[in-house]
Design a protein around this ligand. Structure first.
Ligand SMILES: [Zn+2]
Ligand SMILES: [Zn+2]
Length: 280
C-alpha cells in the first residue's frame, strides 16, 4: 500500500482547517478545538514514521481471522515504545494545558511514560480490556483511558487503515470494532442511508443496523429515541434500555465527509444535552 503518507497529511490538514472554522463559528468550543489541533499535530508527526502492522495483509487470511472475532491482536500493532512515551507526555501536557486533565492524573501519566519496563504490559491490558472475558484495566491505567487512547492513535489508525484496505467487513454484524474490539463513539449515515459505526480507538468503520443499539443490541425502535441537531448535520440515538447514546454525522446533505477528529468536538453540545437527559 503506497497511498498513505501524502494522503494522510492532506486529509489531516483539512481536518485542522475544519477545526479552525468550527472555532470561528462556535467560540464556546475554542479550548476543545485548540486541544484537538495540538493532539492532531502531535499524532501526525509520529504517524509519518509508523510502519505497517506485523500481520499478513492478505484478504483471505484476514477474512479467516475476522470469523473468530476482532482481527488485530496486541502483537500486531506497530508500536515504537520510545515514540509511545513521547506521545503519552505530549498528550498529557496538551490536555493539562486545556484543563482536560487533573494535575494528579498528569503526574500519573508522567510516571507511566517513565516506566519503560512495565509500560508495554499496562498498554496491552488496556488494549485487550474490551474483549469478552479480558481483565479490566489495572490501577496504573484506570482513569487514564482517554490519554492512552489518544497516545496510541498513530499506531492504531496505521494498523487499522492497512487492514481495512484489504478486508471485507460485510459479515461483521456486532456492535464493537472488527479490528480492535473497542466500542464505537460515532457513526456516519451514508448517502445510501446506511449507518456505519466508527471505532473510538482505531477509526475502523463497519455497517450496522440503522436502529439497533450497538451497546446492548436492543432492536426495539420504540425504545430508541432518535433526533437531529438543529442544523441537521448530526443525529443522536439514545437507548431507553441501557441508557447509552450514539452520535452520527449525517453525510446525506453534507459538504464534506465525516471527520471523527472534527465531529467529536463539534458534537460536544449534543453530548451535554444527552448527559443532561440522563444518558451516558
Ligand atoms: Zn477499533
Ligand atoms: Zn442500549
Amino acid at each position: 500500500m503506497n497511498e498513505p503518507k501524502a494522503q494522510v497529511a492532506r486529509s489531516e490538514s483539512r481536518e485542522i482547517a475544519e477545526l479552525r472554522r468550527l472555532k470561528h463559528d462556535q467560540p464556546d468550543l475554542s479550548s476543545a478545538v485548540d486541544l484537538q489541533i495540538e493532539l492532531l499535530q502531535l499524532q501526525r508527526r509520529i504517524q509519518a514514521r509508523v510502519p505497517l502492522p506485523s500481520i499478513k495483509l492478505e484478504a483471505e487470511y484476514l477474512g479467516s481471522l475476522l470469523a473468530n472475532g476482532p482481527i488485530l491482536q496486541f502483537e500486531h500493532l506497530p508500536v515504537d515504545w520510545s515514540d509511545m512515551r513521547l506521545l503519552l507526555r505530549g498528550t498529557a501536557s496538551a490536555m493539562r494545558n486545556h484543563e482536560a486533565l487533573e494535575e494528579a492524573d498528569f503526574r500519573r501519566v508522567e510516571a507511566l511514560a517513565r516506566d519503560a519496563v512495565h509500560l508495554p504490559s499496562i498498554v496491552r491490558i488496556w488494549y485487550e480490556s474490551p474483549r469478552p472475558g479480558a481483565p479490566p484495566v489495572g490501577p496504573e491505567a484506570a482513569g487514564l483511558e482517554t490519554v492512552l487512547q489518544q497516545a496510541m492513535r498513530p499506531f492504531l489508525t496505521r494498523a487499522s487503515d492497512a487492514v481495512m484496505a484489504r478486508s471485507d467487513f460485510t459479515t461483521w454484524t456486532k456492535g464493537f470494532c472488527p479490528l480492535c474490539g473497542a466500542e464505537p463513539d460515532l457513526a456516519v449515515i451514508t448517502t445510501a442511508a446506511h449507518r456505519l459505526l466508527i471505532c473510538s480507538r482505531c477509526a475502523a468503520r463497519w455497517k450496522f443496523d440503522q436502529i439497533t443499539c450497538p451497546f446492548c443490541l436492543n432492536p426495539d425502535r420504540r425504545r430508541i429515541t432518535s433526533f437531529a441537531s438543529r442544523d441537521g448535520q448530526y443525529r443522536l440515538y439514545a437507548c431507553g434500555v441501557c441508557e447509552r447514546y450514539l452520535k452520527a454525522y449525517d453525510a446525506r446533505q453534507a459538504s464534506r465527509p465525516v471527520m471523527p477528529a472534527v465531529d467529536s468536538v463539534a458534537t460536544l453540545p449534543l453530548d451535554a444535552a444527552a448527559i443532561q437527559k440522563g444518558f451516558r
